[in-house]
Design a protein around this ligand. Structure first.
Ligand code: SF4
Length: 411
């Protein structure tokens, strides 16, 4: 066990802010439209400290977490004083200092002073949801800001001294033309961006968009237009010296998201806040600190080789305030080794570099299994995957159908 823990890989910590100025029509993240002047930060601080205590009680030892991500919701609604309190708390869970500490910013929620304060607290990367710089589209998406406010926020971010800056843009939006996307990219050209996340719209259930789509009210662009949009994004990224390194992400050398790499590398992570998900290997947990029902399940599943435990905070703010730091706040799921291997494949194939066989062997302490090898070979024959010296990756054609290819690895 000591040997295993010495070799344990790096991990990430995620903190979820469950509030937004308003709900966007396409979004299924857990967040509440908050109309009050301030968000209930004291209650959140109190609940967070209970959660931290909980994690201290079940972790065998501190994590080697080298990244922190403030996501949401809208974390830029948080006052810097509260961000400072969160930092104090989360540092209790890791023996490392954070190499990368990202905070998501939404336009209209952070002025220059606030951004400077975040930076002075150690936040060293900003990710901003721009989505589009077309006011008609922003309105259709239900975004709380207009194009001018997004541009102003970007000015503030750079003026505050951040050099690691990501923007999110969306494409394949209802009514969106190629020209509208190109205009958005042209307006972003003047900023010294080092990272871009470009997401094609996915219609998620339980969103207004889903309902409108069912009713035939969303005029989504045709496939050939979407392809042209992807080309426009790739051209924009190249003009900024960014390379595609994941299905939806582009970065200049050394500017890839270290935190997201933890998800794609299938590393451990702890998620704090309502709706947040955590994933730990069994060897990182204290069995006797788990409730009896879980200990019994652990015994049953040990024989059938379980890899880890996924813990999900309920998507319920009131329950979070009441139960944070107890098992009542969570749903749990043991992840079998077979499932873990499939998930490792699904996450790893999102990366441009794909999967190294040595990474698989290191992660699971065994050779690459035959059934996965056969699946890889099938995709190679279809032209969706390519073998390279030390592993395999999606081809450009495979990337186009990434979701379909990746889903083929699910057990
Ligand atoms: S701001 Fe982001 S998290 Fe909030 S509703 Fe819109 S997309 Fe969802």
């Amino acid at each position: 066990m000591i040997q295993l823990l010495k070799n344990k890989s790096m991990a990430g910590i995620y903190h979820h802010t469950p509030f937004c100025l308003s709900k966007c029509h396409y979004c299924d993240f857990y967040s509440l439209a908050w109309k009050e002047k301030t968000i209930p930060q004291q209650e959140l601080t109190h609940a967070l400290s209970k959660e931290i205590h909980f994690w201290q009680s079940i972790l065998l030892e501190k994590l080697k977490a080298d990244t922190l991500f403030f996501g949401g919701g809208t974390p830029s609604l948080l006052d810097p004083e509260y961000v400072e309190k969160i930092l104090e708390q989360v540092h209790k869970l890791t023996e490392e200092s954070f190499q990368e500490s990202t905070l998501e910013v939404n336009p209209k929620t952070a002025d220059l002073d606030k951004l400077k304060s975040y930076r002075s607290l150690g936040v060293n990367r900003i990710s901003m949801g721009v989505q589009s710089l077309d006011n008609g589209l922003l309105d259709r998406l239900g975004r709380a800001h207009d194009a001018q406010e997004a541009l102003q926020s970007l000015e503030f971010i750079f003026a505050a001294g951040f050099s690691k800056v990501n923007v999110d843009v969306m494409y394949g939006l209802p009514g969106q033309t190629l020209r509208q996307l190109q205009t958005t990219l042209e307006k972003l050209q003047k900023f010294s961006l080092k990272h871009l996340s470009a997401y094609q719209l996915i219609i998620e259930e339980q969103t207004p968009f889903y309902q409108w789509h069912q009713q035939g009210r969303l005029d989504l662009p045709k496939d050939d237009i979407v392809e042209d949009m992807e080309k426009a994004i790739t051209n924009f990224a190249s003009s900024k010296d960014m390379k595609k390194y994941e299905v939806s992400n582009y970065a200049c050398d050394g500017h890839d998201s270290k935190h997201n790499q933890h998800y794609w590398n299938y590393d451990s992570f702890i998620g704090l806040g309502p709706g947040a998900v955590s994933f730990l290997k069994l060897e990182e947990l204290k069995k006797d600190a788990l409730p009896m029902s879980l200990q019994e399940k652990w015994d049953q599943v040990q024989s059938s080789k379980v890899y880890g435990l996924r813990l999900t905070n309920k998507r319920d703010l009131k329950a979070y305030h009441k139960y944070a730091g107890s098992w009542e706040a969570l749903t749990t799921e043991f992840i079998s080794e077979d499932m873990a291997e499939s998930e490792f494949m699904m996450m790893g194939l999102r990366k441009k570099t794909g999967i190294l066989l040595s990474d698989f062997e290191k992660k699971f302490s065994k050779p690459f299994p035959e059934h996965l090898r056969q699946n890889v070979e099938k995709e190679v024959r279809r032209g969706y995957m390519i073998l390279h010296e030390s592993g395999f990756a999606l081809t450009p054609k495979g990337q186009q159908f990434a979701n379909e290819v990746i889903a083929g690895f699910l057990v």
